[in-house]
Design a protein around this ligand. Structure first.
Ligand code: 4AD
Ligand code: MG
Length: 432
């Protein structure tokens, strides 16, 4: 029997007879010849079934093959006559493994996004979704490689947590053996503990926000990578975020060019993602917005539109620093030179993708931290362990969180984050 080969490896088997296993993606043909588009997860290839090359039974089977039938094809690999570097299969034998019991609901015609989202488990089988999932996997691989190669230790943060990290209004609450637990909004507080143990650490995992936001940038469950570094200041935090982002984009451009082409991404915009990124204080960002006729004032948080307008003034990601302390989380250190501002930074992606990174310097004084916990109306008991980090060798430290889905949406050039995660969880969606 011929060797089983994956579609992506067909190139090294030209002239040979191989075995392919996969699903029928699409089909066209005539009385004498059938062209089967077959996918196996590693790619899509055209299998040609000629009336004269197979027995009549096989030809009839090919002719009546339904979309998404699982099949096994034996055939000879040839380079595509017109497209060098592409291959096709000249079928000798075809075996139907399983015929769909019902007509496949996703046809090559256009479907509405709600319909597709309801069929997300099947929608993943389509060419665009393959490309997006591969870019996502590459982004995550790039994230891991960057930190692993730069002296960071991966430290996994818990998902059940006893306290809020990013404000109490967006907590998912759950019963925990009679106590209340919350699904983690961020691993940061745990990374601060880990940074005191290991110096340079990061976590990567799912995080949860119960906000009732129905925007193209919000998910209820999203993946975040969060580095935290002992003795790092705001300058160091910005330099790390910049170098990290440049590395991710460069790796995806290098290794996922084919996927970006399928997504029709204008990669010239991504080629611009080189350091140094422009840095802008919040106050100057407000001035910039006002100069464009926006009525956002000092003290306001930026909405998605504000972020888009700020980012439009630059050809690469922009770092905004020194936000008003009043709109930032309890743990953020204030600027000792002017307490109105927090030593925080956000990185805004170009082309309207908004904030992809948020982070900054953490408050290291126990007294100040306690005052902030109270001012934010947070239960001080829940933070006893976090306060300990300020008791035993308190240390300046900083870090940030990068949202994987917003980053993938930007790199792929997708309007909405919902397609960047295999099974999105949103305000109105828990299915499939
Ligand atoms: O700005 P955020 O809320 O920061 C934190 O959680 C910090 N504790 C991180 C840290 O310093 N370790 O979130 C960080 C990033 C955002 O910039 C955005 O990319 C993403 O997480 N994000 C979301 N992505 C999708 N849906 C949501 N609802 C998101 N909320 C935040
Ligand atoms: Mg933020």
């Amino acid at each position: 029997m011929a060797e089983h080969v994956r579609i992506e490896d067909l190139g090294s088997h030209t002239g040979q007879e191989v075995l392919l296993r996969g699903w029928l993606y699409n089909k066209r043909g005539s009385k004498k010849i059938q062209f089967l588009e077959v996918r196996d997860g590693s790619g899509i290839v055209q299998a040609i079934v000629g009336l004269r090359d197979v027995d009549e039974e096989t030809f009839e089977a090919a002719k009546h093959l339904a979309q998404e039938s699982s099949i096994e094809i034996q055939g000879v690999v040839n380079e595509h006559p017109k497209r060098p570097g592409e291959y096709e299969l000249h079928t000798k034998a075809l075996r139907l493994i399983a015929e769909p019991t019902e007509e496949y609901p996703i046809t090559p015609k256009e479907h509405g996004v709600d319909f597709l989202m309801d069929h997300r488990h099947l929608w993943l089988r389509s060419r665009r979704q393959h490309a997006i999932l591969r870019v996502r996997a590459e982004v995550i691989a790039a994230v891991r490689a960057y930190f692993d190669d730069n002296g960071f230790t991966l430290v996994d943060a818990p998902i059940f947590t006893p306290n809020a990290c990013e404000g109490t209004s967006t907590l998912f609450e759950t019963d925990y053996h009679g106590d209340t637990a919350y699904l983690s909004q961020s691993g940061q507080l745990y990374m601060e503990a880990a940074a005191a143990a290991l110096g340079k650490v990061y976590c990567l995992g799912p995080t949860f926000r119960a906000e009732k936001s129905k925007t193209r940038r919000h998910l209820a469950e999203f993946w975040m990578v969060e580095p935290e570094v002992a003795f790092m200041d705001l300058e160091g935090d910005m330099a790390l975020a910049e170098d990290f982002l440049v590395h991710i984009v460069a790796r995806v451009l290098d290794r996922r060019a084919k996927e970006l082409e399928i997504l029709e991404r204008d990669t010239s915009k991504l080629e611009m993602v080189k350091g140094p990124f422009p840095r802008l204080r919040y106050e100057d960002a407000i001035t910039l917005l006002q100069s464009k006729g926006v009525d956002t004032k000092i003290g306001d948080d930026f909405g998605g539109d504000d972020e888009t307008i700020i980012a439009e003034s630059f050809d690469r990601p922009v770092i905004v620093t020194h936000y008003p302390a009043a709109i930032k989380a309890f743990y953020m250190k204030r600027d000792p030179e002017d307490e109105r501002w927090a030593l925080g930074m956000d990185v805004l992606a170009p082309e309207g993708y908004g904030e992809i990174i948020g982070g900054g310097v953490r408050e290291e004084s126990l007294d100040v931290l306690d005052a902030r916990i109270r001012a934010h109306d947070l239960p001080i008991e829940a933070f006893d362990w976090y306060r300990d980090l300020r008791k035993y060798g308190s240390f300046p430290h900083a870090g940030f969180g990068l949202g994987i889905e917003r980053t993938v949406a930007w790199i792929c050039g997708l309007k909405h984050v919902r397609e960047t995660i295999p099974f999105p969880r949103m305000l109105n969606r828990l299915h499939p």
